[in-house]
Design a binder for this molecule. Sequence first.
Ligand code: F6R
Length: 242
Amino acid sequence: MQIIITDSYEEMSMAAAKIAAGQIYFKPSSVLGLATGSTPLLMYKKLVEIYKNIDIDFSHIISFNLDEYIGLAQNNQQSYYYFMQENFFRHININIDNIHIPNGMAEDITKECADYDNMIKAAGGIDLQILGIGQNAHIGFNEPDIKFEATTHAVELDNDTIAANARFFADEKDVPRRAISMGIKTIMLAKKVVLLANGSNKAEAVYKAVCGKITPAAPASILQLHRDVMMIVDRKASALLP
Ligand code: F6R
């Protein structure tokens, strides 16, 4: 595991954007695993800037997002589909047919999950997976005590996660209680993983991911077993690291 500590959120975002840009530039048919949330917002912005500066081509890129709320339609402003369109996809030349985000409105959620993993496999697997981390050390929406073997599946969100994500909704009661998430196994099969974290509220989770016992109680701890993980964290999020 490689750990990069940056002085600021901006520097963290730029470092991650450069890695993503390099991946896309030198393998224009890359398969990207993408995250939503506050953490990668500036990374997406920087990547759009790099795209404009050096003309990287997203037209053959295939993307798979980590997760989506169950019960939110694509045009719902709180859906992750909407988030990705607004913050990234509409600013680049990605082919809309190459964008994959679990369908939270699918009638058969079990089939939706199985199909999602099959599509990732058919695309040749994920080349570069971008991750954020929850305060409870979740990755994707794999909450504590999830099975490490899980592939894409429906999850019940923890109360902590619902509370943390309530900031994006008018009221906490509007936060969906369920989501579809790539499983830990799906994430672990990615060829390269870049995890981003900033802020002191992520320090404990980062510590558990890097130095803690490998346990489903801290889902991100499984990343210690991945052969190519880079953690890019700002000083505040790195505060508990030895
Ligand atoms: C988002 C995701 C989540 C977030 C995590 C951190 O697609 O899978 O694991 O990365 O909840 O969220 P933020 O960045 O908002 O602190």
